[in-house]
Design a protein around this ligand. Structure first.
Ligand code: SAM
Length: 246
């Protein structure tokens, strides 16, 4: 079997991950040994007897700062030659699918979750390879951000999503959004599922989906299309099938 995708999480609130790691795709991937996630309590690396992990900020001001010593000690214990050490921070690079793919391709990722006012800057200087933000807003801690990274990357690890075809054409996989989805019933409150989807004509369904994905991207996220040129085939599909929801 291929080597598992390994993640170590360093946090002051390990219990936040209860449940999240055990359900659905991630739960199954862990049970199958395809993904290994270990959640570590930062206190393990803090000095006894009180195992304090935070302290007042130099210079004053409200709030506490996570201390450098236990975080650096944790990373030094956990990392190996193939590790990528990531600090979750609202000051990092905004997370997008290319970074998710890179992390999924790594053998081992260490995620450091901040709390309070954040982590001592020397952690970044000494042991962090990459800083990631999950969006331009501030969370109370890095745990939810770490879960975002784990969830998004794990589904790209081979074998995690049962039908790898599900990943093809997904939003952001190919620089565009995905197409609208319909399931039974055929008509709901006067709204009919598009006839082409019920036609059984596989090639037409695929062209319709591609066209709708592109119309939708053009309207909702034109910035994504600025980064890639439309192919002739894509233009033809968009002409053949106008936007279904305009
Ligand atoms: N004082 C920090 C600042 O203004 O940049 C914010 C600290 S925040 C309250 C506490 C922790 O939550 C951060 O250290 C980080 O680990 C995590 N966090 C908050 N927002 C985040 C985001 N958008 N992306 C990733 N992590 C975030």
């Amino acid at each position: 079997m291929a080597r598992a995708w390994r993640v170590d999480v360093i946090t002051t609130f390990p219990e936040t991950f209860d449940g999240f790691l055990d359900v659905s795709l991630l739960g199954k991937a862990r049970a199958a040994g395809i993904v290994e996630v270990q959640v570590h309590n930062l206190r393990t690396w803090a000095d006894p007897p009180h195992r304090v992990t935070d302290d007042y900020a130099y210079g004053g001001g409200p709030g506490m700062v996570l201390k450098a010593e236990p975080i650096v000690a944790a990373v030094e214990d956990l990392r190996g030659p193939d590790s990528r050490v990531v600090l979750l921070t609202p000051q990092g690079q905004p997370l997008a699918q290319p970074t998710v793919s890179e992390l999924a391709a790594r053998r081992h990722v260490i995620l450091i979750c901040g709390r309070y006012e954040g982590v001592d800057e020397r952690v970044r200087t000494l042991v962090v390879d990459e800083e990631i933000s999950v969006g331009d807003y501030v969370l109370s801690g890095g745990e939810v951000a770490a879960m975002v990274v784990i969830d998004a990357a794990a589904r790209l690890v081979p074998g995690v999503v049962g039908d790898a075809g599900s990943l093809v054409g997904e939003s952001h996989a190919e620089g565009r959004l995905s197409h609208p989805q319909f399931t039974r019933p055929e008509e709901f409150r006067g709204l009919r599922a598009p006839a082409v989807l019920l036609s059984g004509h596989h090639a037409r369904v695929e062209r319709w989906r591609r066209a709708q994905a592109l119309h939708r991207t053009k309207r909702r996220r034109p910035d994504l299309l600025e980064r890639r040129a439309l192919t002739d085939e894509e233009r033809q599909a968009m002409d053949e099938f106008p936007a279904s929801d305009s």
